[in-house]
Each structure stands twice: as C-alpha cells, then as structure tokens.
Design a protein around this ligand. Structure first.
Ligand code: AHR
Length: 317
C-alpha cells in the first residue's frame, strides 16, 4: 500500500489506517555474497521479513551495479511496496532512484551510502563507516605506543562507501602519529581470496619483516591475509598486528587463537531497523530520520572471543 493511498484513506475515514506488515511486499537488491558479513546480512533480512509476515523478493546482484539497477527496475514494474538496496558502489544511482520515487515506492539503503540527493530515499540504515576506520587507527596507535610501524592496508571494493570512508577514518585515526606509516594500500574487494592474494604481494614487495601491521577494511580479507602471513613463515597477530572490521565469527576465533588482534563490529541486522521504519511509515506516515545509525563496537583480545564466536555461530552468523 502506497503512502499517498494510506493518507487519503485516513483523511476519508478520519481514523488512522495501519498497513499491516503482512500486506507488504518488499524487494531486496543485495550486492552478492562476497563476505561472511554479507551472507549473515542476507540471512537476517530473510528472517526479519519472515517473522513479520512480509513477502521478500530477493535479488543477488553478484557484485554488479548493473544487475542491481535491473533488479530495482523489475521491483518497480512488479509494484512492490518498498525496496531495500545494499548499494555496491556509491555513485550512479540517481536515475533509478528517481524512477522508484516517480512510482511512489520508498527506498531504504542498507549498510552502504550513495552519492545522491537524500530526497531520493526514505532513510539509510548504516553504521558510521568513517568512525569504524578511526577506531581501528586509534587502536593501532595505542597498541604501538610510539614505536615505528609500517602498515599495509587492504581496501574494500573500489568506489564503495565503506572502502572510501574506512580509509579516510583510519587516516584520521593515525593522524599526528609520525611513527605510523601506511606503506602499501590496495583493494582486496572485501573477499577472503583477494585478501590472501594481495597480502602475498605486500609480503613479497616489502619483505614480511618490514611490515608491522595490517589494517583490513573487513574481516574476510584479514582472514585471507592471515593465511598468506602463515605461508610466509610469520606469526599473524604477533609479527604482524591485524585490525579489521565486521566482527564475524571467524574473526573472533582468530583473535581467540592469537592470530588477529582487533575487530570492530558491524551488525548484520540492518533489516530490523529498516523494516521498523517502513512499518511506521506505512502505518501513519511517520518519516524516519534520514540516517538510522547502527552501533560499532571494538573487540580485542581482552574479550572472551571464544564465547562470542560460539554465540554468533549459534545465531547463524
Ligand atoms: O558494506 C558492509 C561491508 O560489505 C562489510 O564490512 C563487508 O564485509 C561487506 O562486504
């Protein structure tokens, strides 16, 4: 049911008419399955929709923006009530967002932001991506306590908002610490396989003994890099400190095993707040804030990572 219809009906009946969740059909354009975090987000979104009786139409874009745009157009043609988009990159969305707006279909962005006018979407449910990078940088600065450290960085997907913001945030976090220097920075596309390949090239180019720390924009790339570090005869977590983002189960396990040092949690439950906002919007026209911010939390070896690993595995993450 469209908002205009709800408001018109409300005016006629002079009593609020609530669209129940069970009436809703929502299209979800997901990026793909590049990381453990992404798979968890997909699982949680399906569960959240199911629990509310919402029909979820799911489209996996296999990392391609063109597939996302096609899926969104197909959702518009099918007349869905709302669309969730996890945008693979930040630019190039204006036209399709305008088409959704013309069709009076509200759009909610999940986990990544876009470079488009904010009037083109209802709300964005994301973490503070810059802050995550900043926390990682500050953690490393504290850990090094003034000692010299040559850092390598594994960036996320080129042009994606987390890759851009987490890079900027980390640079802010280490600013003013002249002992810390990023000596290599390259994309590993948020995948475990690329994380390993790019870390191998860093180790070869720099020499493992000349790398003091790895900052990875997500845990999957860090886990791939851990493998590369071990194969190079070094001890991850000791010879090379590792900080990343997501706090997926495998990162907690790696910290519990001493092979990784810190991770910043990104909740995979973006759909809960998104569907809450849509339900309120359809019930009585409540406009959500443009940014619904999810929490970020730092985990280090000081936490009970084995227990957290088991708990998150039980949750199906
Ligand atoms: O947009 C969120 C990022 O996308 C996650 O940190 C990463 O794992 C995923 O691929």
């Amino acid at each position: 049911m469209k908002l205009k219809t709800v408001l018109l009906a409300t005016a006629i009946a002079s009593a609020p008419i609530a669209a129940t969740a069970a009436d809703m059909t929502i299209g979800f354009s997901q990026i793909g399955s590049e990381s453990g975090w992404r798979a968890a987000e997909t699982t949680v979104t399906r569960l959240e929709a199911e629990e509310r009786g919402i029909e979820l139409k799911f489209a996996d874009a296999q990392q391609k923006q063109e597939n996302q745009i096609k899926a969104i157009r197909s959702f518009i043609a099918q007349g869905v009530d709302a669309i969730l988009i996890a945008p693979v990159v930040a630019t190039g969305w204006d036209e399709v967002l305008e088409e959704a707006q013309d069709a009076e279909i509200p759009v909610v962005l999940l986990d990544r932001t876009v470079d488009a006018d904010e009037s083109l979407y209802l709300t964005a449910v994301t973490s503070d991506l810059v802050h995550e990078g900043q926390v990682a940088g500050e953690w490393l600065a504290t850990e090094m306590d003034g000692a010299d450290c040559r850092i390598v960085e594994l960036q996320g997907t080129t042009g994606s908002s987390p890759a851009i913001d987490r890079k900027n945030g980390f640079e802010q976090g280490i600013a003013g610490h002249d002992n810390l220097e990023i000596v290599r920075s390259q994309t590993g596309d948020f995948t475990r396989a690329q994380g390993k390949v790019v870390m191998e090239s860093f180790l070869k180019a720099e020499g493992g003994e000349n790398i003091c720390a790895l900052y990875a924009h997500n845990d999957d790339m860090a886990v791939g890099a851990i493998q590369a570090i071990k194969e190079a005869g070094l001890t991850p977590g000791e010879d090379i400190k590792i900080v990343a983002i997501d706090a997926v189960p495998d990162a907690h396990l790696a910290i519990a095993n001493g092979e990784m040092n810190a991770t910043i949690e990104l909740t995979p439950n973006m759909a809960g707040p998104a569907l809450d906002a849509l339900e309120a919007y359809f019930a009585d026209g409540t406009e959500p804030a443009k940014w619904i911010q999810t929490e970020s939390k730092l985990f280090t070896a000081a936490d009970d990572n084995q227990a957290i690993y088991e708990m998150k595995k039980d949750l199906g993450y």
